[in-house]
Ligand binder design. Structure first.
Ligand SMILES: [Zn+2]
Length: 322
C-alpha cells in the first residue's frame, strides 16, 4: 500500500540537505553562482561516495546566503514534509552555514527560519556542529546554540565526517549545550564501528544517536542501548544510497528493533538519497513486512524521543491519531 497519507515523525533531517536541487539551482541562478558541477544531467545532486557527498552538500549551501534564503528553504522543506504527512520534524541547522557562527547573524537567520509556516507541520531546530570543521568551531557553534536555546531550538548535535578526531575532542562543546538545557544527539556508528558509538555515548552523554547502525556488530552495545533507552535515528535509505549497506533487506534496523533498541526512521538528506518518508516506509514494508502496527510503534518511539516540550507532544500525539 502507499504510506503517503500515514502520519509520520522525522527526527533526523538536515535542513540544507533537504533542499530540492531545483530550489538550489534557482537560488544559484538568481545570485549568478556557478554550481553546475554539483548536478548531473537530470538535474539531481551529483556525488560519488561519502567524501564527495559532503563536498557537494557544502557547495550547495553556497547558494544560501541570507536569512531570507533560509526562510524560503524552510518553507520549501515544510511543504515537502506536509506532502508526506510528516506532522512533526526536527531539523539540523548549522551556524556554520548561517552567518559563519556570528551570534548576531545567527539570530537573524533563526528569526527568518521561524517565519516559515505550513499548517499541520511542526518544526523544531537542533543546532549542529560539523565534526570535520574541528573542535574549535564546534565550541563557537555550541555558544550560538546556548545563547539561542528556546522552545524552537531544542537540541544540539554533531554531523559531518565521523572519522575526524575523537568524540572526546567535542565534549566541551556538548557540555556548553547541556548546561544551556539543550537535549543532545550526535552522528556515530554510520561509518565508524561500535567503538565510535561507545565513545559518543560515554564522552558526549547524548540521549540519541544519529544512525548508530554499526552497533549491531557489538552485542554488549546492543544490550546497553536497549537497557538505557538511547534512541537511534536510523536512516535506511541514506545508508543504502551511500553504500553503508547494500540493500534495505541487509539493513540491521529490524534486528536492532527486535533486540529491544529504540529505533526511529528518517530521511537524513532526502533529495541527495532519492528518498522521502513515504519511500522509507514502503521499502521497510517490502524488506521486513512492516505494516501499520510497526509504523505506529515507530511514531510512538519518535514522539517519546522528540526534544520538544510536553505541550507540543500532546498536539503531535493528536495528529498521529487522525
Ligand atoms: Zn545525518
Amino acid at each position: 500500500m502507499s504510506w503517503k497519507s500515514f502520519p509520520k515523525i522525522e527526527l533526523h533531517l538536515h535542513l540544507e540537505g533537504a533542499a530540492d536541487p531545483a530550489f538550489i539551482r534557482g537560488l544559484a541562478k538568481e545570485k549568478s553562482i556557478d554550481l553546475q558541477k554539483i548536478f548531473d544531467e537530470n538535474g539531481n545532486y551529483k556525488y560519488d561516495g561519502f567524501g564527495e557527498f559532503l563536498s557537494t552538500y557544502e557547495a550547495a549551501t553556497q547558494a544560501l546566503q541570507s536569512p531570507n534564503d533560509f526562510k524560503r528553504l524552510t518553507q520549501s522543506v515544510l511543504e515537502n514534509l506536509a506532502e508526506h504527512n510528516v506532522v512533526y520534524a526536527e531539523a539540523f541547522i548549522s551556524p556554520d552555514f548561517c552567518g559563519g557562527r556570528d551570534l548576531g547573524a545567527w539570530r537573524e537567520y533563526l528569526a527568518a527560519m521561524q517565519e516559515a509556516h505550513v499548517a499541520g507541520v511542526t518544526l523544531k531546530g537542533i543546532v549542529t556542529c560539523i565534526r570535520h570543521f574541528g573542535p574549535e568551531k564546534a565550541r563557537e557553534t555550541a555558544k550560538c546554540a546556548a545563547e539561542t536555546a528556546s522552545d524552537w531550538i531544542v537540541g544540539f548535535g554533531m554531523g559531518g565526517a565521523e572519522d575526524v578526531g575523537r568524540a572526546t575532542d567535542f565534549a566541551y562543546a556538548f557540555d556548553i549545550a547541556r548546561e544551556a538545557g539543550l537535549r543532545l544527539t550526535s552522528h556515530a556508528g554510520e561509518w565508524g564501528g561500535s567503538q565510535s558509538v561507545w565513545e559518543t555515548v560515554n564522552d558526549l552523554k547524548v540521549e540519541r544517536i544519529g544512525h548508530g547502525v554499526h552497533s549491531i556488530n557489538d552485542l554488549n552495545l546492543v544490550r546497553y542501548l536497549a537497557e538505557t533507552g538511547i534512541v537511534l535515528e536510523v536512516n535506511p535509505g541514506s545508508n543504502v544510497a551511500l553504500g553503508v549497506f547494500h540493500s534495505f533487506a541487509e539493513h540491521p534496523i529490524a534486528k536492532l528493533r527486535d533486540a529491544g533498541v529504540k529505533v526511529t526512521v528518517s530521511t537524513d538528506d532526502p533529495p541527495f538519497f532519492h528518498t522521502t518518508m513515504t519511500r522509507e516506509f514502503e521499502e521497510l514494508e517490502r524488506a521486513f513486512g512492516w505494516g501499520s502496527d510497526d509504523f505506529k510503534r515507530l511514531n510512538q518511539t519518535a514522539l517519546e524521543a522528540a526534544f520538544c516540550d510536553a505541550t507540543t507532544k500532546e498536539i503531535i500525539s493528536k495528529r498521529l491519531d487522525t
